[in-house]
Design a protein around this ligand. Structure first.
Ligand code: NAP
Length: 293
């Protein structure tokens, strides 16, 4: 168990946007020893040179062997291999967590591969940006962000409390939910918005008048297309690992889009204005709630 969290050793496996930002944030709140490892020497060297981590480990197994807390911040596809490498080397009582954007698959793998002598809690910070890599890492990335925590059959109550306390130190807002609920919720609030952004760009950029339209692109197009400029590998992995939930919400989206299309076809001004008004009401409610919380 982590008794005095800041005095303990933390490992960050993967030092990109999320792992690099996390290492910075942990050091910023006073963690004494942050060990990191990434896929490339270049990223590891940058992390060391910029003081983002204290030490580079020579292997994933060595990165975790004396650590009390391990954050896995790699692409989703690398997590199974990381679990297999760390499983025999984890210290008894160690807390292991991850940051992957989808949770059901990761939780199943953890329960299958990790030893029962450690506590695994699935994690997902609802923070990020369109740029990836350590060069875009920043220590404030998790400030005020909701951080999903997904308890598993390997989670002890004490470790959950400790991890929550650590996230609060980083100014994040931990929220506890199960993997299935998480994946369904992010399909609609995160993955659908990304797909709509990509569909928008692909639709309008393939029109014969795109050159002219592009010259007229102002803040509205920039806002709605922002997500389409994100990390290709990450979004591909997200669509693959949350395919079923994404397909369900895409069907719903197509139904609502078709309703709007029928309203436009019938040229019913009242229905059109009701539809636009409903969306405005829901959005205003969401953001005024967020601002007042
Ligand atoms: P990223 O900037 O591309 O960083 C990924 C890092 O993982 C890179 O530093 C890469 O190393 C490293 N890596 C790859 N394979 C590895 C391996 N086998 N062992 C050790 N390190 C390895 O991506 P990211 O945005 O930080 O995303 C990381 C995770 O966070 C993903 O699971 C993603 O789903 C999740 N997430 C992302 C966001 C977001 O908005 N970006 C938000 C929440 C959660 P090199 O740099 O050396 O190549």
């Amino acid at each position: 168990m982590l008794t005095k969290p800041k005095k303990k050793q933390v490992s960050t496996i993967g030092l990109g946007l999320i792992g690099g930002s996390l290492a910075m944030a942990l050091k910023d709140v006073g963690f004494k020893s942050v060990i990191g490892i990434s896929a490339s020497n270049k990223t590891e060297q940058t992390a060391k040179d910029r003081g983002i981590i204290d030490q580079v480990a020579s292997s994933v197994a060595k990165a975790v062997k004396d650590s009390d807390l391990v954050f896995i911040c790699t692409p989703i596809a690398a997590i199974e291999s990381v679990f297999r490498q760390i499983a025999p080397r984890l210290k008894e009582g160690c807390i292991v967590t991850d940051v992957a954007s989808t949770k059901e698959g990761v939780v199943k793998l953890a329960e299958k591969i990790l030893p029962t002598t450690v506590s695994f809690i699935g994690g997902h910070p609802m923070a990020g940006k369109e740029k990836s890599g350590i060069e875009h890492a920043e220590k404030e990335l998790f400030k005020d962000c909701t951080w999903c925590l997904v308890p598993t059959s390997l989670t002890s109550n004490e470790s959950l409390v400790q991890l929550k306390e650590i996230l609060v130190l980083l100014a994040a807002k931990p929220i506890i939910l199960d993997a299935a609920t998480h994946d369904k919720a992010v399909a609609s609030i995160s993955h659908l918005p990304f797909l709509l952004s990509a569909i928008l760009v692909n639709t309008v950029s393939s029109q014969p008048y795109w050159d002219t339209a592009a010259k007229l692109a102002a803040s509205g197009f920039k806002d709605v297309s922002r997500l389409a400029g994100g990390n290709v590998r990450m979004h591909t992995e997200i669509c693959q690992t949350n395919r079923v939930n994404i397909l369900a919400i895409l069907d719903e989206f197509l139904r609502v889009a078709d309703e709007l299309k029928q309203i436009l076809k019938s040229n019913d001004q009242r229905q059109l204005s009701d539809c636009i008004e409903k969306a405005k009401r829901e959005r205003d409610k969401l953001y005024s709630l967020a601002e007042n919380s």
